[in-house]
Design a protein around this ligand. Structure first.
Ligand code: C5P
Length: 228
């Protein structure tokens, strides 16, 4: 079990999925579940209030019910919601912003907890998110806190969106990243923090290949010396 946490757009998804492929392990993108909750709710006509208003308890319950009943299928890199491919829609900026808001709700997190743990099957799991090492898989064998500077993360997100044929503005992306970092790190429930047993991996000046190699090196080192 390899748990990789880190801030948005740090590249942890790319690294985690490639590590999983190299080891022949399963891969869970836990952020996708929060994104799916936000997108699915919106498509079902459940709308969030403007960002300056708190989400009321009744709406939180509605969103949690939605999260619990998500009809999701992960097929390779594709994600299906109620039979429809939504991999691209999940990444747009509105869904990104809304995912971070619904992820701050206790009832939603509780509704998604067991679903995440169910991904832990043989021969192994590599997962990425915000609370993989601290809350969902606290006994993970390898824990990594993967990060990069906000400017580098905005630049990567920009390239990713443009590469997918979407429009993007680098200043807006940087502002969104700061806002999301702030919300993820300051929320009361499962905030983004480096677990005490997690080792830091700063990828600001690393290629994805080098980051993958480094995670694999730490994984193999943990097998050779499990108590370190
Ligand atoms: O990782 P990604 O950016 O796709 O996650 C989308 C949102 O879901 C994040 O902004 C974060 O608030 C939330 N999230 C979370 N816990 C996780 C994974 C993601 O709260 N384990």
């Amino acid at each position: 079990m390899i748990a990789i946490d880190g801030p948005s757009a740090s590249g942890k998804g790319t690294v985690a999925s490639r590590v999983a492929a190299q080891l022949g392990f399963h891969y869970l993108d836990s952020g996708a579940l929060y994104r799916l909750t936000a997108l699915g709710a919106r498509r079902a006509g459940v709308h969030l209030p403007p960002v300056e208003h708190a989400i009321p308890p009744g709406l939180e319950q509605q969103l949690a019910t939605h999260a619990a009943g998500l009809d999701v299928r992960f097929v390779g890199e594709q994600i299906f919601l109620a039979g429809e491919e939504v991999s691209l829609a999940l990444r747009d900026e509105q869904t990104s912003r809304e995912a971070s808001r619904v992820a701050a709700l206790g009832a939603v997190r509780a509704a998604l907890l067991q679903r995440q743990r169910d991904f832990r099957v043989a021969p192994g799991l590599v997962t990425d998110g915000r609370d993989m090492a601290t809350v969902v898989f606290p006994d993970a064998q390898v824990k990594i806190f993967l990060t990069a500077s906000a400017e580098e993360r905005a630049a990567r997100r920009y390239k990713q969106l443009i590469g997918k044929g979407l429009t993007a503005n680098i200043d807006d992306l940087l502002r969104d990243i700061h806002e999301r970092d702030q919300r993820d790190a300051s929320r009361a429930l499962a905030p983004l923090v480096q677990d005490l047993r997690a080792s830091l991996l700063d990828t600001t000046c690393l290629t994805a290949d080098a980051a993958v190699e480094e995670v694999l090196r730490r994984y193999h080192a943990s097998i050779d010396a499990p108590c370190n």
